[in-house]
Design a protein around this ligand. Structure first.
Ligand code: NDP
Length: 296
């Protein structure tokens, strides 16, 4: 028996199409165009790729895209000035400062400077607190995408046992909060967890957000479990010629696919959902700012 492969690319395309419809409706009915500002400091190659595809997809769904590129040695005060201007700009509904920032900058000071209502990454402490206390919040995009895939695959998550491996502020912790909000019984595992394989084996839902290629193997998986692999790891791929590399997840796909009920591949699973959720958050922020009901 082999698991259902959860097609994140198709789910993300469907979500972007629904967002594009909603953007058209907002423009036609209210004359409002949602706007997303992305700020990139420095020339980190991976960040440049992300920022380019974010800009392209923002325009594709009919939103306004504002890109700001600053030199790697820009003083932090200059970045904070830019954030303040974006906070005050009514055409900007979402602000994303691409992380990581150069070493001379204090990431948490920069995130704290973003208006929480425009914090489409969901990293501002006010949004973290709102999510934890069950209030309307901007929810971090990657765990939000995982939740959508889980709901689409399983329907109600209520009462299900879930293990989240990883406790980062960006993925693990908000993921656990979202699963708890959907009434799962949640275990959060991390590098100090004892008997990790045994704990994972009890779970009906496994979310792996570790950053270790293929760590979760098929013999850790409860038969029929739903496995969401957040990990993006570049590993050597000699079969692609000298210096060749490929992307793999935190789950050993080939062994896990034989045991799981459903599983996300890497690439093509969680990754595509992240940018689609960024657009969803921008739409939500725009609706809230305009006093309109945010789409589900
Ligand atoms: P972090 O490095 O911030 O966190 C990793 C977590 O994994 C930590 O909580 C750490 O525990 C835990 N961990 C490390 N080693 C082990 C181990 N041997 N056993 C159990 N737990 C362990 O990573 P992120 O959360 O930012 O990202 C995780 C993965 O997800 C990465 O591969 C990243 O590239 C990917 N990612 C993918 C995204 C997407 O869009 N698909 C978006 C964001 C991230 P401890 O806290 O004890 O150190």
């Amino acid at each position: 028996m082999s698991a259902t492969i959860i097609d994140g690319k198709a789910h993300a395309a469907g979500l972007r199409a629904r967002i594009a419809d909603e953007v058209q409706r907002l423009k036609a009915a209210h004359g409002i165009t949602p706007g997303l500002a992305v700020v990139l400091v420095g020339e980190d190659p991976a960040s440049q790729v992300y920022v380019r595809s974010k800009g392209r997809m923002t325009v594709e769904v009919g939103m306004a895209s504002f890109e700001h590129r600053l030199d790697a040695d820009t003083p932090q005060a200059e970045l904070l000035d830019l954030v303040a201007r974006l906070n005050a700009d009514p055409a900007v509904h979402g602000i994303l400062v691409q992380l990581p920032l150069p070493a001379h900058m204090d990431e948490s000071a920069v995130i704290t400077a973003i208006d929480p209502a425009k914090d489409v990454d969901g990293f501002h402490i006010s949004n973290v607190g709102r999510l934890a206390t069950g209030q309307d919040a901007m929810v971090p995009c990657t765990p939000l995408g995982c939740l959508m895939l889980l709901r689409d695959t399983l329907g109600s998550l209520s009462g299900k046992s879930a293990v989240v491996i990883g406790r980062s502020n960006i993925v693990g912790k908000p993921m656990a909060q979202l699963l708890l909000r959907d009434s799962c019984t949640v275990t959060i595992a991390h590098s100090r967890t004892a008997d990790l394989a045994e704990i994972v084996r009890r779970a009906e839902i496994v979310v792996a957000a570790v950053g270790r290629p293929g760590m979760v193997t098929g013999d850790w998986i409860r038969p029929g479990a739903t496995v969401i692999d957040v990990g993006i790891n570049r590993v050597d791929a000699p079969e692609k010629g000298e210096g060749g590399t490929r992307l793999v997840g935190d789950v050993d796909f080939d062994s896990a696919v034989r045991v799981a009920g459903a599983i996300t591949p890497v690439p093509g699973g969680v990754g595509p959902m992240t940018i689609a959720c960024l657009l969803a958050n921008t739409l939500t922020a725009c609706c809230r700012a305009s006093g309109l009901p945010a789409p589900e």
